[in-house]
Design a protein around this ligand. Structure first.
Ligand code: EPZ
Length: 426
């Protein structure tokens, strides 16, 4: 297993191309199951999770063709054609490997009227139940059976429109309800819908495929079911979490980075905190520029929340910045119950963090020290890379398959802007 080795201390300068969003691409790929015609996605990121989703779709009989971009910084093109679905079964092995696999349930039931998909179970960041997904499908007339770790959902007469009121905001359950509703008979109203940009991206692709959807980006989405969806071409939105991660990289290492393709609006909550911490943020014709003039960042308090609040997927990264900030910062994690696994690893590098339930109090130190570290999820792992960029000496991050799941050519992007970072065999 490879590791990532970082020698800290280099300021960053140059541009980083932002890839297509993992959390949009995976659901867009699942949406290809809703039509017999080809769905062509462009700006697809090169990630292990994207490959895993493609493998799962192939197991259902979907034809998947990838054209790799010739130029660094450009996304790949993926043509998905679910002309005939030959299997509606997603195994425990597939879903365990990648929770987003669960998102095939709704399109399979909507089009094939049945599916058997493994329950995902808990994961490193918390229990992560799926009852909201199942309640939504049930409200639309699906019969749900749970046995031996699998959900079997059937709707022999097809799904029907319903009013679905979510008790709290869930990205995945909103996507399940929206995809299911596109082919349901009648109108579905999704109340307390998640407003994440990835949901609007999925909704816009579904609209391009012929779906009738209103209210994207608001907390009430209305879908009028249609008989059939058709093929379409859609460009995957830029990854706001990747963009946010590199914005924090510039703030922690110092220097100036242009994030090409990034959009200010999708990470406004982060950018306002970075400004308070001392970074200069400006929009450019191609994206965003982050400048940090080598001064120590100031501490800021952070509370994660559903969009447009501060994303939980950037909490570990901002904590790395706070670990070296001037002052004490309070970081509250309100989305997942167990998302502080980076804390003991950051502590190995000299960070001073105290955890009390969902709250971490970070007392900034002047210097972190390189160490051997590893983490159990994607965002936690990248926070250790960020810490390594400013730590004295060498940091070695293990278990980098987590990084490969969600960061497209991370070490290449960072080394091109001056970081001393390399992938080395163990
Ligand atoms: C998506 O997960 C993302 N994953 C996560 O990114 C992200 O952290 C999360 O949204 C929040 O923004 C993908 O898009 C593939 P939720 P999702 O349903 O849809 C609870 C990453 O690193 N809940 O909005 O699973 C749940 O346990 C990943 O890229 C229930 O209790 O998140 C959590 O506490 C990690 N019952 C909260 O809701 C349910 O039926 C929000 O989860 C559904 C969710």
């Amino acid at each position: 297993m490879d590791r990532i080795r970082i020698r800290g201390g280099n300021p960053l300068k140059g541009e980083i191309p932002i890839s297509g969003a993992k959390n949009a691409a995976l659901k867009l790929m699942a949406a290809s199951l809703l039509t017999a015609e080809p769905l062509t996605l462009t700006n697809v990121p090169r990630l292990a999770d994207v490959r895993a989703m493609a493998e799962l779709l192939v197991s259902f009989g979907v034809g998947v063709q990838v054209t790799m971009a010739a130029k660094f910084g450009e996304g790949d093109t993926m043509k998905l054609e679910a002309r005939e679905i030959t299997s509606v079964f997603a195994s425990y092995d597939m879903v365990r490997k990648m929770r987003a696999s669960f998102q095939v349930l709704a399109p399979l039931v909507a089009r094939q009227r049945q599916a058997k998909v493994s329950l995902p179970g808990g994961c490193a960041i918390g229990a992560r139940p799926v009852e909201l997904h199942l309640n939504a499908l049930e409200a639309m007339g699906a019969k749900i059976d749970l046995a031996e770790g699998y959900v079997t959902a059937t709707a022999p007469d097809g799904l029907k429109g319903a009013e679905i009121v979510f008790p709290f905001v869930s990205v995945g359950a909103t996507e399940t309800a929206m995809m299911a509703a596109t082919l349901a008979r009648g109108t579905t109203k999704i109340v307390n819908a998640a407003r994440e940009p990835e949901i609007s991206d999925l909704g816009n692709c579904l609209i391009a495929m012929g779906a009738e959807i209103w209210g994207l980006g608001s907390s009430e989405i209305t879908v009028v079911g249609v008989e059939k969806l058709h093929g379409a071409a859609h460009r995957v939105m830029a990854d706001r979490i990747e963009a946010g991660t590199y914005a924090i990289a510039a703030a922690i290492a110092g220097g100036e980075i242009e994030l090409v393709g990034a959009s200010h609006d999708t990470i406004a909550s982060l950018l306002s905190l970075l400004t308070k911490a001392g970074a200069e943020v400006s929009s450019t014709p191609r994206g965003l520029k982050i400048h940090m003039n080598g001064t120590r960042p100031k501490s800021v308090d952070v509370t994660t929340a559903p969009y447009p609040g501060f994303p939980t997927d950037l909490q570990a990264q901002i904590m790395a910045l706070m670990a070296v900030a001037d002052g004490t910062s309070v970081v509250k994690e309100k989305i997942f119950e167990n998302r502080f696994m980076h804390v003991p690893e950051l502590a190995r590098m000299g960070a001073q963090v105290r955890i009390d339930g969902d709250t971490a109090t970070v007392r900034g130190v002047e210097k972190l020290k390189g160490a051997q570290v590893m983490a159990t999820d994607l965002r936690a792992s990248v926070s250790l890379v960020l810490a390594g960029l400013v730590a004295d000496g060498e940091t070695n991050v293990g278990r980098i398959y987590h990084l490969d799941r969600g960061f497209d050519r991370l070490e290449e992007k960072l080394s091109r802007v001056g970081a001393d970072i390399a992938r080395v065999p163990e």
